[in-house]
Each structure stands twice: as C-alpha cells, then as structure tokens.
Design a protein around this ligand. Structure first.
Ligand SMILES: CCCCCCCCCCCCC/C=C/[C@@H](O)[C@H](COP(=O)(O)O)NC(=O)CCCCCCCCCCCCCCC
Ligand SMILES: Nc1ncnc2c1ncn2[C@@H]1O[C@H](COP(=O)(O)OP(=O)(O)O)[C@@H](O)[C@H]1O
Ligand SMILES: [Ca+2]
Length: 556
C-alpha cells in the first residue's frame, strides 16, 4: 500500500497504559508503549496484551465524540471508575466508534476512548478524525426507511428502534421513517410520492418480499423518470442511483444473507453507515410483451412455486411455514411438463459448477458489468418462439417433465442453505443460473435437496442440469393459448381435487415463485439486467484464518 502521510501522532492514555496513536489518511492505529509505561490503577495486564497494537481503517470509523469529563459520565459510565489520578493527569478524552469484525461475518460497533492531558490536543484529534470522515463521500447522510411491521416474526419495528436507529444517530445519519400500513405501501410511495432527491439511500426493514417492494418502487420510478417502457422485454433499463439497505427482519432473508454473509440487523446497519456499495443484477419477467415483475433472487417453478403458494395460506406460522409447506410439497412430488429455451452466457468467465465463489470485490462481477449492453449481444437477444425457431443460433431448448425449474440470479444463500441454490452464482455478472430438475424418484429429489445443506454438489446428479444464461423462456406443455391459462385459475380447485383423487396424475401447471411472490402466468420470458441496482453491502468477505487477522497488528 502506498505510504500515507502522517496526519497526527500523539501519546495518549488508554485504559491503564500509554499508547502511541497515529492517524494517516487510511488508518487509525494505536500501539501500546511497553517501556516506561505507568500503571496508574494497579490493575493487572494480560501478558499477551502488552505491546499489542490495533489498527482501524478510517473508512470503518463510525463516529468520534468528545467526552465531557467535568460533567462526569455523559458518554461513558466507565469514566466514573477511573482513578482520581488519571482524571487529573488526563482530564480530556474522546471516543472513537468503529467497526469490529466478529464471527461468521458479523460486524459490531466497538468504542475506544483515548485520554489526553491537553484540551487543544483532544480537540485536534476530534476535528481531524471528523474531517477524515466528512471526506468519505460514499457515506449516506439522509435515509428513507420503510419498516414492514408484519415481516418474519413481526419484530421489524422493534429491531429498527432498538438496534439500528441508535447506530444511525451515532453516525449522524438523519432518517425519515415510514412504517408500512399495507402491502405495496412502500412500493407505491417510492413509485409516485417519495421525494427521492432528498435522500442518499433507501433502507428496508423486513424480508425478501419487502426488499422486492423497494426494488419495484425504485426501478419503476427510475424507468418512468427516464421515459423507458417496462413492457418491452428488449428494453435496456436505466440503473437506479439510490442504494438500498436491507435490515433483515423477514422469513428467508436470502438477499441480505447472500450480500453480507449473515442476516444480522446490526451488521447490515453498519454496512449502510460505512457507505458500502454492491451492484446487483435484476431479472425482468414478461408475459406476452407485458411486464409482470422483477426478480433479484429466485424464480422458481414447480417445487418452490408450490411451496410458496401453499405457505402463503400459513403466514400465521411465521418463517416455519416454509418448512411445513416444503415437507408437504416434497411428499406431493408433482412434476410439470414444458419447454425451457435459453440464451447461454457463453462470453462470461464463470460457470455454475465453479469452485470459486462470488465474494467481496469479485473479479468476475467487476469485469462482466458491461457485457449485457455489448453490441455483440444485440442480435441474439430476442427469445425464439419455442415451436417455430427452437434451433435459432445461440439458443438452447430443453423439453421434459420437471420437478423444479429454478433461476438463481445470485447464490440464494440463506440460513436454511448457507451455500444456496446456486453456490457459484454471481451477484452482478449479468447472468442467472438456470437449474432444471427433471422428474425423478422422491428419494433422489430428497438427495438433491439435502445437498443444499451439505458440501456435496447438488448439480452432480443425472436428473439435474444447470446453465448460466442471459435470457430464458418457459412454455408449459399445455399452454396453447392465453384463454387456457386463464381458465386454469378458475378450474384449479376442481383440478387439484381430481389430482388428489388420482395421485398418479400431476396438475398441468405450477406457479412461479418470484422472490416470494406468486406470478399470475406460467408462460414467462426472463432477461437479466446487469447491475441495475446497488445495495449498501460489499459482498461476503473472505473469512480470516485466525480471529486476530480480522484486526491485524499494524506495520508501522
Ligand atoms: C431437506 C432440506 C432441504 C433444504 C433445501 C433448502 C433450499 C433452500 C433454498 C432457498 C432459496 C431461497 C430463495 C429465496 C426466496 C425468497 O425470495 C422467498 C421469499 O422470502 P421471504 O418470505 O423472506 O420474503 N422465500 C421462499 O420462497 C422460501 C423458499 C424456502 C423453501 C424451503 C424449502 C424447504 C424444503 C424442505 C423439504 C423437506 C423435505 C423433507 C423430507 C423428509
Ligand atoms: N404493513 C403491511 N401489512 C401487510 N403486508 C405488508 C405490509 N408491509 C409490507 N407487506 C408485505 O408483506 C410481505 C412479506 O414481507 P416480508 O418483509 O418479506 O416478510 P417475510 O419474509 O416474512 O415474507 C411482502 O410481500 C410485503 O409486500
Ligand atoms: Ca447474477
């Protein structure tokens, strides 16, 4: 790393020792000075701590504040316990709040308080650190927050007020908070009313469904403001400028989990505060040249569609509804017939069977950002009509009976499956991983499902194939025309009754699970829009081998 000029260097008092404290444009470091150090209160040091040093990246400092020693305890209760002698020798102090890495990708806010003998020195430290923080232009100052009070275990409001709001206040971030009153409240507010110019980002407190509302509101608003027609599947969409933060308070929380590495409200709040930015792909879903929805995580037909449809009726069960419906639909074991045509992403570096993973600073995402708009793509972008042009150059077609057709635009890692539906998928490479699970025995399907929870490769099975694609289209076998599709809605109950009476039979249609929402059509066309949105996240950080490496001793 380029050597940074030293901004400040002082000997300051911390706990019971004197530390050499240094600030340059990149790091704040404090190193214990072992020799001649004076132990004031007589407390015993842990031998390992002697001579240790700490360093914190300035970009991960949340705030700095002065302590008012005269008034006693305004900011730090521990101050009271300091000996009279210390107060006399070092009557001025300031506290630096910073990000500390804990286990399993968790971030925590830590405080360190330095004591000084002179007021001017204390002021100089506080001011210089503040100047450094002000220079970090990627940090949000004003945020629009939407809370879904009914997501997950209905803890959204409480999570925000107790864990997140105090951190935003500490980092001097101001907020406008809206607790949603009905479904689509946040989406419609963003789409039409919200004064977006006032904000540096939008925060949603809830699950994947709530995040999806925010995405729909922001993307639709951006297209409308730029005169882009969402109904045209070929249209190139305009990226959203505002970043989105997710405070996880839902049932699956896969978007948070797969972009941060953990579904933890404090960790997510800290990623917002430090102003992280993670671009993400968004799929647009159309039916007959009519826009249906956007998807950022899972588009699932068959098993995941049926699980979602069933679980919606059991919302009262909370997150456990997915396990209940999952078990039920596993036993039902329905398969669906149809044709999937797709445009493989032949010009990308990665494949769905890679051992490498999309991680913070991902090389593939950084380099593939521009490919979607590349001219070489233009000619082959249009989806062929499966019946007429199935051999169109570049497009592949797979027909058959499927237990599940899943498109994962990202890994879809979540607490249920920490590696996700497609472990090697990328957050921002402009592709989605199309996973086709053909009809097989219950036992084999169970083996496939179980592999989502172990190290074994869920794609290494004869009845599973996976393609990395830029576009795809699904046509259910019995879909001759639209009126038949509409009929299915009315006839569905009768049909499912018949199927229950004749277990060998399978219903003709499943539903698409689009990020937790049921789509009204089975025949869809999907295109990936590379890096259409940005999150307050940085991707999953590589885990340090040893805990100490998370806060490496600085090389001075
Ligand atoms: C036997 C264990 C099998 C575990 C397989 C787990 C795979 C999980 C992959 C989950 C991908 C999730 C993608 C995200 C979807 C969300 O957009 C969406 C909405 O989330 P929200 O309610 O928070 O707003 N969530 C979902 O659609 C939930 C999908 C969860 C499906 C769980 C399926 C559990 C299957 C259990 C089968 C049990 C078989 C047991 C046989 C003895
Ligand atoms: N105030 C509200 N009342 C009812 N539903 C809401 C409200 N606010 C948001 N929703 C809807 O609740 C659904 C589930 O929200 P989400 O936060 O994803 O929780 P979960 O992960 O438990 O599904 C979303 O589809 C969202 O549109
Ligand atoms: Ca992707």
């Amino acid at each position: 790393m380029e050597k940074q000029p030293r901004l400040l260097a002082s000997q300051l008092f911390l706990k019971n020792s004197v530390f050499e404290v240094l600030l340059n444009g990149v790091l704040l470091t404090w190193k214990e000075i072992p020799a001649n150090k004076k132990v004031i209160s007589g407390s015993i040091h842990h031998p390992l701590k002697v001579g240790t040093s700490h360093s914190v990246s300035v970009s991960e400092i949340l705030a700095v504040r002065e302590l008012h020693v005269d008034g006693g305890t305004k900011d730090d209760g521990r101050w009271q316990k300091m000996s009279q002698k210390l107060t006399e020798a070092y009557p001025y102090a300031f506290t630096v709040s910073y990000v500390e890495r804990a286990r399993q990708h968790r971030w925590r806010c830590s405080d360190v308080t330095f004591h000084c003998s002179e007021w001017a020195l204390c002021q100089q430290w506080v001011q210089t650190i503040r100047e450094q923080l002000t220079a970090l232009t990627s940090r949000p100052k004003h945020l629009l927050v939407y809370i879904n009070p009914y997501g997950g275990k209905q803890q959204g409001k409480c999570i925000y007020e107790q864990k997140v709001a105090p951190l935003f206040a500490c980092a001097s971030i101001s907020t406008d908070v809206i607790v949603t009153e009905h479904a689509n409240h946040a989406r419609d507010h963003l789409k039409t009313e919200a004064e977006l110019k006032k904000y540096d980002g939008v925060v949603c407190v809830g699950g994947d469904g709530m995040f999806s509302e925010i995405v729909h509101g922001l993307v639709s608003r951006t297209q409308r403001d730029n005169g882009v027609d969402q109904n045209s599947p070929e249209e190139k969409l305009v990226p959203c400028t505002l970043r989105i933060g997710i405070i996880p308070a839902g049932s699956t929380d896969c978007i948070c989990y797969a972009t941060v590495g953990i579904n933890d409200p404090v960790t997510s709040a800290l990623h917002v505060i430090v102003g992280d930015s993670q671009p993400m792909d968004v799929c647009s879903v159309h039916h007959n040249n009519t826009f249906l929805r956007y998807s950022v995580s899972l588009l699932g037909y068959g098993f995941y569609g049926d699980v979602l449809a069933d679980s919606e009726r059991k919302r009262w069960m909370g997150p456990a509804r997915y396990d209940f419906s999952g078990f039920k639909k596993f036993l039902t074991h329905h398969h669906y017939e149809g044709a999937v045509s797709f445009l493989p992403a032949t010009d990308t570096l990665g494949t769905p069977r890679d051992k490498t993973r999309c991680r913070a600073g991902c090389f593939i995402c950084q380099h593939d950002g521009q490919l979607y708009s590349g001219d070489s793509q233009e000619e082959s972008k249009t989806a062929p009509d499966v019946s007429d042009r199935e051999y169109e150059v570049g497009w592949g077609v797979v027909r058959g009976k499927f237990l599940a057709i899943n498109a994962a635009s990202m890994s879809c890692a979540c607490p249920r499956s920490p590696k996700g539906l497609s472990p090697a998928a990328h957050l921002a490479d402009g592709t989605t991983d199309l996973i086709l699970v053909r009809k097989c025995s219950r036992f084999n399907f169970l083996r496939h499902l179980l592999r989502h929870t172990s190290k074994d490769d869920q794609f290494d099975m004869t009845f599973v194939e996976v393609h990395r694609v830029r576009r795809f289209r699904f046509t259910p076998r019995h879909c001759q025309n639209d009126s038949e599709l509409d009929l299915r809605e009315n006839g569905k109950q009768l049909f499912s009754q018949i199927c229950r009476d004749h277990p060998a039979c399978s219903s003709a249609y499943s539903s698409w699970n689009c990020d937790g929402e049921i789509l009204p059509h089975a025949a869809i066309e999907v295109g990936v829009h590379c890096q259409l949105i940005k999150l307050f996240a940085r991707g999953i950080e590589e885990q340090p081998l040893f805990e100490d490496l998370a806060n490496p001793p600085c090389a001075l």
